[in-house]
Design a protein around this ligand. Structure first.
Ligand code: RP5
Length: 155
């Protein structure tokens, strides 16, 4: 199984590379694409519609502004969709956050915090780990390492 990572613009890559860095760290395969809900709707539909057949377990979608990308992705698939609201130039990402988190009932998007690409990847990994014991062990190790750092920290 792999994860899909899609973003609306190359300008989102600075944030979205945080998701692929986590997927690399856990050895999880992914497909990454720049596709826009409003600039390339047909190509987006094609990519998302074939995602399950290409072995994807979930799709992470990052976009800024009126960030309808994640909602449109969710409209074309029943795979879990995780939205990453990207901090926008004019409203600091509040527009992106509300566009994703306030999806109307029936088509869910699991939305992480503004610029929360790393958490999106960790959530996708947690989904895969439900049925993948090797990944679950890696997730447990990641959590233990994180806890150790906090407990060892000094102020
Ligand atoms: C959205 O508009 C993208 O996801 C990006 O966050 C934002 C700005 O895009 P660019 O103008 O930088 O291409 O579609």
């Amino acid at each position: 199984m792999k994860i899909g990572v899609v973003m609306g613009s190359t300008s989102d890559w600075g944030v979205m590379s945080g998701a692929t860095a986590i997927l690399d760290q856990f050895g999880v395969e992914y497909e990454k694409r720049v596709l826009s809900a409003h600039r390339t709707p047909a190509a987006l539909e094609e990519w998302v519609s074939g995602a399950r057949e290409r072995g994807m377990a979930a799709i992470i979608a990052g976009a800024g502004g009126a960030a309808h990308l994640a909602g449109v992705v969710a409209a074309f698939t029943t795979l879990p969709v995780i939205g990453v609201p990207i901090k926008s130039r004019s409203l600091e990402g509040l527009d992106s956050l509300l566009s994703m988190v306030q999806m109307p009932s029936g088509i869910p998007v699991a939305t992480v915090g503004i610029d929360g690409a790393k958490n999106a990847a960790l959530l996708a990994i947690a989904m895969m780990a439900v049925t993948d014991s090797e990944l679950k062990a890696k997730l447990d190790e990641f959590r233990a390492e994180q806890a150790k750092k906090v407990l060892e920290s000094e102020i």
